[in-house]
Design a protein around this ligand. Sequence first.
Ligand code: HEM
Ligand code: CU
Length: 543
Amino acid sequence: MVNALDARLSMYHFYTAFAALLIGGFFGLLQTLVRSEQLTLPVDLNYYQVLTAHGVLLALVFTTFFIFGFMYAGVVKTTGEFASHRRKAAWIGFVLMLIGTIMATTLILMNKATVLYTFYAPLQASPFFYIGLAFIIIGTYFAAYAIISQYRSWRKEHKGEKSPLFTFMAVATLVLWLIATIGVVTAVTLQYIPWSFGWTETINVALSRTLFWFFGHPLVYFWLLPAYMAWYVTVPKIIGGKIFSDSLARLAFLLFILFSIPVGFHHQLLEPGISEVWKYVQVVLTFAVIIPSLMTAFAMFASFEIAGREKGATGLLGWFKKLPWSDVRFLAPFIGMAFFIPAGAGGIINASHQMNQVVHNTIWVTGHFHITIGATVILTFFGISYWLIPHLKGRVLTKHINNLGKYQIVLWTVGMFIMSAAMHFSGLSGNPRRTQITSYNGHEAAASWGSYEVAMSVGGTLLLFSIFLFIGLMINLAFWAPKGSEEFPIGEEFEDTHQLPKLLENWKVWIAIAILLILIAYTIPVIDLIQDAPPGSPGYQFW
Ligand code: HEM
Ligand SMILES: [Cu+2]
């Protein structure tokens, strides 16, 4: 049984996350309808406002709340209930994040922060929008404290034992987050807030974007690693198999810390003010992330194969048929994994300097991140929700809800496939992202985009239906499903080695390497950006 206080902590994070999903998803559908000219927004709600809210509510709010809700549940499951001062810190974190979210969303809806979720300068929002973002980040620091200190005291009490894999992974994810947020915190406190209050007249635009992407790329790994936690730790158990290798899993997470931070320039390949040499260095480091990604893919399929063979599968691919396809807890993350194959390939295209020129700022990019986060990550989060919500509420996932859940997952898969494929294809012929009007008064260059835009709205409609169904099922699982106990699946290792190479839990070494790589990749170009900076820019409000 879960401690009721810890369960409530996680549940409040999920309530907030699901509310953000519902509103954000609705805005997403509006965007597709406006772009395909099937809908004109009322005058006091402009397209870019809706787009800002969509990006903030889904990419920042939904993900962050879900991730903390999930991590708390798993940490408590594997290390024991929270000491009360830690639970208190976690609640303070929740309240700060909630206040920040309400501030930012209110300002967006008041049309005072229509700067899109990347809040690029020189677009200038109300200072309270940036303060809201700061609240969200400070809130996450309280949350990180709760988890990391729980881990440290577990290790003190269990000298010589290896820490639970789930908690280790949560800590690795938070280490990545803590280093990454240095960039955005610096930009927000030293640049955006003074500038939006009018204390400084201009802003160093290139520097602010560099600090943003120092954070923005690892941010995508902050979304992805919790999905990987589910893949490595819970999926093997769900399929009745074993974790392929505990050490491999830990090493992969540590490599993600190393290779996901010193790489922000791959988002700035077309920006002036950064020399090609440094762009080249960071692109090479970007490609290094392929190593832990392929390790993950290998480990997943190894554990699928082990599970299948243990159930009597023979031949090269016989194990494939033995996977529990009718179990939504498996189906959802599996489809997520499958989406990651084209998503990873697309990422390699985006990060390659020459090919980036073709897709830069086109809706291809939007297609890319809807199959990474919008499919891979979100489908995994859906899969988690089907067992975690009843687990926390002392109820069970019934066969009936499991079956409806499969429909929900299929709707999402088909919707995301249609929408993202249309985005990828029309992006290749130049269809821009972040634009309300895509027909360009009937110009021939835009002629082919119209039908793709309609396809996006068809996909978007299926997606919104899927969200409705999901929310309905979650309400059911939280309040109406039969009482009982639903397990939190924690996999066991294929061959339990008990001993872990000491190096793998020596955080000082890994953090030092991460910082070294960051210093190598960023010191000189950042000095250049400051020393040779142009006069700087005043703020603009085009809306
Ligand atoms: C109902 C489901 C969804 C629909 C219909 C949808 C639709 C769209 C569309 C059409 C755009 C591009 C608009 C433009 O560039 O002009 C967009 C942008 C975006 N979407 Fe979604 N989306 C959905 C779900 C999601 C999810 C689940 C996430 C992340 C968790 C997400 C994150 C984003 C982000 C970050 C942007 C970029 C915003 C920007 O460029 O400032 N979307 N979405
Ligand atoms: Cu990136």
